[in-house]
Write a protein of this length. Structure first.
Length: 482
């Protein structure tokens, strides 16, 4: 009986140990490893805060050391601590800031080129250029004809009546007319054209309460009219263009295309195409894209390239929960599960504000230069950070000089594209145009994706900012791991 009791006791002990090793121990170790992950995330978050404080208070040249615990808790003798490692992250990180600046000239062209076509009532032939300043409450009549007349007119005035008579049958030719002022009544009459002709008409209004009438008798013509709704400016002002009116009459053959645009007008939210039969269409659209609605603009592009070397990567060799990477990447703390995706635990330093002309954003990115040592094990590593230098690059709208930011992109090349895309998506409303785009730097093969690349791969996240000013600050940080 004693032998049976001993055997039963041993069996109970064996069952208890088996249950402990198979159920209780893994659950306890999962909890310890999860607590370790949170600990390391907090430690890198504190390191991030220290770096930001060093830069904010001018602590250049002074090294501060932050602890990073590599090993998890243990349950000896059955479960030793899970190990971790810390060292440089993937090299060749990068960021770029391509942007375009639109410069709007302060005045439309001052045309005084001869020959001219004065409003004397006599028909003009060939090409004419006129810059005319009207007297209020007067009527000005321009006549032109011939096989291919070209009428270029820049008219400045208020409360005037302007009549443009395109006489006879014109096989081709064009009208390019600019009207600067308010309460103008403009009428364009086009004579008959033969089949297959392609005259073109472009009329542009900068003012309020302007009326445009167009009477066409011809085939194959294309006519455009733009109402900018501005006053003493060349860019749309608020919603002033909704005071302008357009009247159109086509009494001739078919195949005429007429396009009318009210910049910043609430009249038409979408393109509205009216088919009039026999190939004739009338198209209305509202345009409020800025600065696309500015006249006399020139666009110049440039790109700023900050330099980046590496980041800090902590890899946790967890055995009871999935292994995890925690990275300090270009100023952000990121949690990554290789092959699954990444999330941003703490974003880079940024602020959002407003100036005359629109929103502003200040963003700080961190470039790390470090010794190539890597620590591995269960001990606590010391990470010493020292801000070496700081460089700030600002691009801005200058309303007084009629210079406006157009396309402002920020491209970030990173091993953690999902985290950066999520960060940009979470910025205040109105700061971005569209959504962040992930651009592969090399072919991506399943199961990896652009947003969840294979370990060690870099992808580019590109965003288009809708800002009047963007300031990009680069901190150069020396890091030593001991």
């Amino acid at each position: 009986m004693s032998a049976v009791g001993v055997l039963l006791g041993l069996l109970l002990v064996t069952v208890y140990i088996a249950n402990y090793l198979g159920t209780t121990l893994p659950s306890q170790m999962q909890e310890l490893e999860f607590e370790h992950e949170l600990q390391v995330e907090n430690q890198l978050g504190k390191l991030q805060a220290i770096v930001n404080a060093q830069a904010l208070h001018g602590g250049y040249g002074f090294g501060l050391t932050s602890p990073v615990t590599l090993g998890s808790g243990a349950l000896p003798p059955f479960a030793p601590a899970s190990t971790g490692s810390i060292g440089p992250d993937v090299g060749k990180l990068s960021a770029s800031l391509p942007y375009r600046v639109v410069s709007v000239s302060t005045h439309p062209p001052n045309w005084n080129i001869t020959p001219s076509c004065p409003p004397t009532g006599s028909p003009c032939h060939g090409t004419s250029w006129d810059n005319i300043t009207g007297t209020p409450n007067q009527t000005y009549t321009f006549k032109f004809n011939g096989g291919a007349p070209v009428m270029n007119l820049n008219f400045t005035g208020n409360n005037d009546t302007i009549i443009l008579n395109w006489l006879g049958k014109s096989a081709s030719g064009s009208v390019f007319a600019i009207f600067n002022g308010s309460n103008l009544h403009v009428t364009l009459n086009k004579g008959s054209s033969g089949g297959g002709d392609s005259p073109s008409i472009g009329v542009f209004f900068f003012g309020q309460h302007d009326v445009y009438e167009m009477n066409l008798n011809g085939a194959g013509m294309t006519a455009n009219v733009d109402f900018y709704g501005s006053l003493n400016r060349l860019c749309p002002e608020g919603n002033l263009s909704n005071t302008d009116a357009f009247y159109w009459n086509n009494s001739g053959p078919s195949a005429t295309n007429v396009n009318a645009t009210w910049f910043n007008s609430a009249g038409y939210n979408n393109v509205n195409v009216i088919p009039l039969g026999a190939g004739t269409t009338l198209t209305f659209r509202n345009e409020s894209t800025f600065p696309g609605g500015c006249a006399w603009s020139s666009i110049s592009g440039s790109t700023f390239h900050p330099s980046f070397s590496s980041g800090i990567l902590v890899h946790l060799n967890d055995r009871y929960i999935p292994a995890e990477d925690i990275a300090y990447d270009q100023g952000a703390v990121i949690v990554n599960h290789p092959g699954v995706g990444s999330i941003m635990d703490s974003p880079p330093q940024f602020t959002v504000g407003r100036i005359a002309g629109g929103l502003t954003m200040n963003l700080t990115l961190v470039n790390i230069v470090m010794n190539q040592l890597q620590e591995e094990g269960v001990a606590t590593a010391g990470v010493t950070t020292r801000v070496v230098s700081e460089f700030t690059y600002t691009i801005t709208t200058n309303v007084s000089q009629n210079r406006f930011l157009d396309a402002v992109y920020l491209n970030v090349s990173t091993p953690y594209p999902a985290a950066w895309a999520s960060f940009f998506n979470g910025l205040p409303a109105g700061l971005l145009t569209g959504s962040p785009q992930c651009i592969p730097q090399q072919p991506v093969f399943a199961p990896a994706t652009c947003l969840a690349p294979r370990a060690g791969a870099l992808e580019t996240v590109s965003v288009l900012f809708n800002v009047a000013q963007l300031t990009l600050t680069q901190l150069n940080l020396a890091v030593t791991i001991s």
